[in-house]
Design a protein around this ligand. Structure first.
Ligand code: SAH
Length: 369
């Protein structure tokens, strides 16, 4: 039984305008201020529904710290810059990043923190987590439209997968949009297929020559818009961004896999997308290829997508784990090693998770990976 009864706004919307795109559903179900999934306190973490890399191991935030330091040095150690995190969850990544860089001369003095978070509940948790760094200017926002006009480093872990997507399915030679509607007899939510306008159909057929019957193409306009804003800012004021997420990077004419990546997760298990809405996390794999093109189109350079394994290994995660082991009890040692394994093993997060870096030309391609 879904909780659609509670989402009266969603029901009214479907009644008023008919079936809605998946993007509208995702936005409402994830971000509604009272009922949305991210309005809950315990979504992320071991006792929540899903665990992210910074919640698995402090090594993750520490490696992002090294990455930021490297970029800062390549930028010529500007005396003032903005450190932006998109979708900071429980604030753990930023906390570990700041803790591990606090002894670097000039680094904390130069930065101001700009947290982009749509959920009021999570913003409060993040503010609390970063209390010990209150000598650094910290501000919270729900978008990146007003970034300070100075060099900027941007990090985003599992942010883009939460941004809304629309889905199109190819049936024989025609594409249809998958929409969400209500079954009149029992008021449950359901997916339906809707014909799309001819030019979009022609475009999808031309752009995706290898898509076969039943192929699903997913597109996230919000992600592209975010990437364009990031790239414009980095191009104008200097800096670098690291986008880390699960996803794929295929050139459309070489792409073969067109599977459905929309997924819901509850209590660490996959869950039907239209059940228990507001109580399960909903996400989709990130199309890194289109994000890279969006950044390049706005005159930025791009590296990747490379695997999370390669990213973290080039930053020295093995060495750091060894250092931590020196002062660890045997129990702590086991936790350090299992965290490391989860982050970099190709069978776990090492391959599925990928990293794309965007930068202006400050670094002549000398970025660490
Ligand atoms: N980066 C964190 C959390 C990932 S979960 C980690 O690695 O643990 C996704 C995060 O993005 C949550 O903090 C969620 O509230 C936030 N978020 C999702 N959609 C958003 C949007 N449109 N604008 C701002 N924040 C958003």
């Amino acid at each position: 039984m879904n909780k659609l009864k509670n989402f009266t706004s969603l029901r009214r919307l479907i009644e008023l305008r008919g079936a809605i795109p998946i993007s509208t559903f995702m936005e409402e179900v994830l971000l509604n201020h009272d009922l949305g999934y991210y309005a809950q306190e315990n979504a992320i973490g071991h006792i929540g529904d899903f665990v992210t890399s910074p919640e698995i191991s402090q090594l993750f935030g520490e490696m992002l710290g090294i990455w930021c330091l490297t970029c800062w040095e390549l930028m010529g150690c500007p005396k003032e810059f903005t450190l932006v995190e998109l979708g900071p969850g429980k604030g753990t990544l930023m906390h570990d990043l700041l803790r591990s860089t606090r002894n670097v001369p000039g680094f904390h003095q130069a930065l101001e923190i700009y947290m982009v978070e749509a959920s009021n509940k999570l913003s409060k948790i993040q503010q609390n987590k970063l209390k010990s760094f209150n000598y650094i200017k910290q501000t919270w926002h729900d978008n990146i439209y007003d970034l300070p006009k100075k060099p900027t480093l941007i990090i985003a872990n599992e942010f883009f997968d939460a941004l809304p997507i629309r889905q199109y399915q190819k049936i024989k030679d025609e594409w249809y949009e998958i929409l969400i509607s209500i079954i009149p007899s029992n008021q449950e939510l359901c997916f339906i297929k809707n014909p799309i306008e001819k030019p979009i159909n022609t475009y999808l057929n031309a752009e995706h020559p290898n898509a076969i019957h039943n192929a699903i193409y997913e597109s996230s306009l919000k992600s592209i818009e975010y990437m364009q804003n990031i790239a414009d800012h980095i191009y104008n004021y200097g800096g670098c961004a690291a986008i880390i997420d699960y996803g794929y990077d295929y050139e459309p004419n070489q792409r073969i896999d067109y599977s459905n990546s929309l997924q819901a997760v509850k209590n660490h298990k996959y869950h039907p997308v239209l059940s228990d809405i507001g109580y399960a996390d909903i996400s989709a794999h990130v199309d890194f290829n289109i994000l890279k093109k969006a950044a390049e189109h706005r005159k930025c350079s791009v590296i990747g997508a490379i695997s999370q394994n390669k990213f973290l290994t080039s930053l020295g995660i093995d060495l750091r784990a060894k250092m931590l082991l020196k002062n660890a009890s045997s129990l702590q040692g086991k936790a350090i090693m299992s965290g490391l394994e989860r982050l970099i093993s190709p069978q776990q997060m090492g391959d599925l998770f990928k990293v794309v870096a965007i930068y202006n030309d400050f670094s002549n391609n000398q970025l660490i990976f």
